[in-house]
Design a binder for this molecule. Sequence first.
Ligand SMILES: NC(=O)c1ccc[n+]([C@@H]2O[C@H](COP(=O)([O-])OP(=O)(O)OC[C@H]3O[C@@H](n4cnc5c(N)ncnc54)[C@H](OP(=O)(O)O)[C@@H]3O)[C@@H](O)[C@H]2O)c1
Length: 258
Amino acid sequence: MDMATVKSIFKDDMLSGKTAIVTGASRGIGAAIAHRLCEVGANVTVCSRSTESVSQIESALKEKGYTVNAMAADVSLKADVEALVKETIAQFSQIDILVNNAGITRDMLLMRLKDEDWDAVLQTNLTGTMYCSREVLRPMIRQKSGRIINISSVVGLMGNVGQASYAAAKAGIIGLTKTIAKEVGTRGITVNAIAPGFITTDMTAKIPEDLQNKILELIPLQNFGIPEDIADAVCFLASDAARYITGQTLQVDGGMAM
Ligand SMILES: NC(=O)c1ccc[n+]([C@@H]2O[C@H](COP(=O)([O-])OP(=O)(O)OC[C@H]3O[C@@H](n4cnc5c(N)ncnc54)[C@H](OP(=O)(O)O)[C@@H]3O)[C@@H](O)[C@H]2O)c1
């Protein structure tokens, strides 16, 4: 399990008293986001499909003195999402920030793509984001405030060979983000997306080295991102500094997609 290693530049009470849910928080970008939100004072519910993995991240964060609640939940299953939100409210009484980070890839050229792989990627990445967003809206509307931050991808903006399902899901997240932003803007809720470029995690470790080198050539800043780059963008969007930003997609990609 990896944990955020780069120190936060944000004030450690920036989100104190706030409660966040981070999906897919057992490793990679989600773990870094959970860690960063804890560092700036939020209470955080972490979830992933594996009880063992979320318990590990829960223990690691609790050892640092943070207030964390871990739950095994599969965002592609409506009942799991309902339980996730219910449990978070039971634990912390409110939900201020939802980070829809859980995501999977099942890469294959479209001609050979199996229906079940398409369905799995859309169900987790796009439908899961919709389930979680829909479920937190009622408590957020009641509170008259909330932040929903959806993790999309530059692939949703650019397309990518072998990633039809993933690109479609990530592009769908951008449309979903704008739509929810328009629907709940009057309720004090902002909804934004982040489109990471190539971030070093288990997900990108699967990409062959020669392809990684080709991707590197497309990045003006000439290095890959780290999970903390995304975690910092999440903290910004969750903070008061972003109060007037909604419906946007923030690219955190070293200039890859422009
Ligand atoms: N790495 C990149 O370069 C990159 C670029 C653009 C966008 N992104 C996006 O950033 C997000 C995180 O990526 P990552 O690189 O950190 O991936 P990762 O290392 O593969 O981690 C994915 C996380 O999601 C969880 N997860 C997967 N399916 C789930 C489900 N159905 N319900 C709940 N949790 C689930 C995994 O835990 P379990 O296996 O225990 O469920 C894990 O914690 C994804 O949405 C990804 O598409 C990543």
